[in-house]
Design a protein around this ligand. Structure first.
Ligand code: ADP
Ligand code: MG
Length: 685
């Protein structure tokens, strides 16, 4: 249960004065649902204003506060603006310019002959000085002295600065006083303010220290929670598994393992032989050969007389894995089954029986394999594919199935820079497959301007005519989902008109069964060109697809582009990736695309992307709704995460139960950042 003192912060936002159904929507769009979200909705920047006695003291472009007396109202000519001419103390004339409906209020605010204090940005219009839409107009100078530094908040349509500032102020007024969770020595050294003060400061002023402290809190909460997972895992009883090699020796792999694969397998074997359950991440780029590593681990579990499960995030991936594993494992004689939510009746019963009596050794499936109705004879090893789709909370639930805690191997193809791996997967040990199997053909990557669309389409046509398949990806970025979808559908229509029924479309808003059906047609080679809006399922494997076109490539994250490119280059044929770019491309945009052309090493791309500061998507997954951090910026993560990590480790070492005074405060922190599962682990023991 969340401590009561935090309740006001977790109150719904519409408990605030002035928030009705109409405001709710734009607020939600900004991710503002509870009071605490508002409190943490920090200004993007601040307007700094200077009070001047007259306009001679100000320069054009400056944000000022000045006393002006209106001399004349100029009605709009045609569709022009409404202007109030006004005079400063020296008789300099300045126009206060209003467009549209704002002119009505302006008339009332600025009566001729009455002195007003005006805040805004001084501009020049022809020979005339002007302020367009002054930010504030008041008869009382005292009102503006508090507004010399004014926050500028991120907005959404339907919200204004004063509105959001007012709401933030209401939320800030309800901040409780919380006991300090940061180590006192560190707090001193950094000269950080207490939590509540830091929040207040961060809204008031460009206060780097306050921002750092708030970011640090978030990083600390995360490190602490992950460490609690690690710790509680260490205290759980698992089954030490030692295989005798009898099954693995019967595998007939058509290739030798890479050094990286051998290393990973060794590390996994080492973990599995321990009595505390394994918690390991296998990180390896698309095509690095994670499946075989997983298979070796699962066979080890079977050799030791137990069962293993492989969990995939989608039905399609589960099927694909099943086929691969079944074929690879055929010479060993182990019984591999596929289990998804779609199995019904007899088939379902028979699998459930097999899992219960142990005649099924390895099960591959979606999260259905962890439903309550499913029980295992002795499940001792769980592999989770495409780990990033599952949050830590879910990860935890998945491993509660066995009698003893099963060993857990998570796999991800998302290359994450080392510094961020800690933030995202800090509770796990990491094995990296940083070496590709030999003989991979490089994917020919080219950046092409959208001007040459006609050539590209002709190229795709030739490609299909030669009997190969292709992907065509259109962007799908959240904020204009509707437009993006329309654009993709339009592109699909034109491609279909030109290339016929061999063209199919998938997007995230299709029903899952429909989407699967389309994907399967493509995988079977019946459909030749797959137009996709959302990221094509990570891991989907169609070796005959050897061309991928990505439209508006500059709108994708580098890591995402890298993943997309990984859809091709899976067979023996030479593959091509065409990145279509818009007409305008920023310098960074150009560099990013150039980097993709240059290298195919996912880890290198991830590190470089971080440097190019496009790193948003590295945290992931902000797009797939699983971002680890809302407050901490990339720079703060790099500077402060190591500190937070050490701080968390020390705290857990000294007070693993979080029972001390500081431990109590740290619990509060976990609730504040909704890492409750960390606290729950403490209870669970
Ligand atoms: P991913 O890491 O993306 O899951 P996969 O396990 O699907 O990669 O492997 C990609 C392809 O590489 C598969 O066809 C697999 O059989 C092959 N492969 C895996 N390991 C090796 C190796 N050591 N040498 C050659 N090919 C390999
Ligand atoms: Mg894979």
């Amino acid at each position: 249960m969340r401590p009561e003192i935090l309740n006001p912060l977790f109150a719904e936002i519409d408990t605030l004065e002035g928030v009705g159904p109409k405001l709710r929507k734009p607020l939600e769009k900004l991710g503002l649902e509870r009071l605490k979200d508002l409190a943490y909705h920090l200004p993007d920047r601040f307007v700094l204003r200077r009070t001047v006695d007259n306009l001679d003291e100000a320069s054009v472009g400056e944000q000022i506060v000045v006393a002006l007396t209106p001399t004349e109202h100029q009605a709009p000519k045609g569709r022009g603006p409404f202007r109030v001419l006004a005079q400063d103390a020296l008789g300099n004339i300045c126009a206060l310019t209003y467009f549209g409906r704002a002119s009505y209020t302006a008339k009332k605010l600025l009566p001729v002959g009455e002195k007003r204090w005006v805040a805004g940005k001084l501009d020049q219009y022809g020979q005339m000085l002007q302020i367009v839409h002054p930010d504030h107009v008041t008869g009382d100078s005292a009102e503006l002295t508090g507004k010399l530094v004014e926050p500028v908040y991120p907005l959404a349509e339907g919200l204004t600065q004063p509105r959001i500032a007012g709401l933030a102020a209401q939320a800030l007024a309800k901040l409780p006083q919380l006991a300090e969770w940061i180590e006192p020595g560190l707090l001193d050294r950094q000269k950080w303010a207490p939590w509540r003060d830091a929040l207040l400061l961060a809204h008031k002023d460009e206060h780097a220290g306050a921002r750092d402290r708030l970011a640090y809190d978030e990083l600390l909460a995360n490190s602490l929670a992950l460490m609690l997972v690690k710790e509680s895992n260490r205290n759980r009883r698992g089954q030490p598994l030692r295989g005798d090699g009898s099954l693995r020796s019967r595998l007939q792999l058509p290739f030798g393992l890479t050094g990286a694969q051998q290393r990973a397998i060794g590390e996994i074997e080492g973990d599995m032989a321990q009595s505390s359950p394994m918690l390991r991440l296998l990180q390896g780029d698309v095509g690095s050969g994670k499946t075989v590593v997983a298979l070796e681990a699962m066979l080890t579990a079977v050799e030791a007389g137990t069962q293993a499960a492989l969990l995939a995030p989608t039905e399609i991936l589960a099927r694909q894995h099943y086929e691969t594993i079944r074929q690879l494992a055929a010479p060993t004689g182990v019984n591999v089954a596929l289990f998804t939510g779609r199995d019904k009746g007899r088939a379902r019963e028979s699998i459930l029986m097999g899992l219960m009596d142990g005649s099924i050794h390895i099960v591959v499936g979606t999260h259905a394999i962890f439903q309550e109705a499913v029980s295992y004879r002795n499940l001792a090893m769980v592999v989770i594919d495409e780990q990033h789709r599952f949050g830590v909370g879910q990860r935890l639930m998945l491993t509660q199935k066995g009698k003893a805690a099963p060993h857990c191997l998570a796999m991800t193809a998302t290359p994450i820079p080392r510094s961020l791996t800690l933030a995202q997967y800090g509770e796990m040990e990491v094995s990296r497959l940083d070496e590709m199997p030999p003989g991979r053909q490089a994917i020919d990557t080219r950046v092409v301007s959208i001007d040459r669309l006609a050539d590209v389409v002709a190229g795709v046509e030739r490609h299909l005519a030669s009997g190969q398949q292709a992907y065509w990806v259109c962007p799908m970025v959240r904020e204009n989902e509707g437009e993006d979808l329309a654009a993709a559908e339009a592109r699909f229509a034109t491609l279909q008109a030109r290339l016929g029924d061999a063209v199919v479309l998938v997007h995230g808003q299709l029903k899952p069964e429909l989407k699967d059906a389309v994907m399967e047609r493509f995988a079977r080679g019946e459909a030749k060109l797959l137009v996709a809006t959302t990221v094509i399922e990570v891991g989907v494997d169609v070796p005959a697809a050897t061309l991928i076109v990505v439209e508006q490539a500059e709108r994708f994250g580098l890591a995402q582009l890298h993943q997309l490119r990984g859809r091709v280059g899976r067979g023996s044929e030479k593959s091509v990736c065409l990145l279509l770019r818009g007409e305008q491309l920023s310098e960074t945009g150009r560099k990013r695309l150039a980097l993709l052309r240059e290298t195919q090493d996912g880890f290198r791309i991830a590190e470089a992307d971080l440097e190019l500061r496009g790193g948003g998507e590295l945290l992931g997954t902000r797009q797939s709704g699983d971002a680890p951090f809302n407050i901490a910026t990339l720079d703060q993560i790099q500077r402060l995460l190591p500190l937070a990590h050490d701080d968390a480790r020390l705290l857990i070492e000294r007070d693993g139960g979080l029972a001390s005074q500081r431990g109590e405060a740290a619990r509060m922190l976990l609730y504040l950042f909704e890492r409750d599962w960390g606290v729950q682990l403490l209870r669970g023991g």
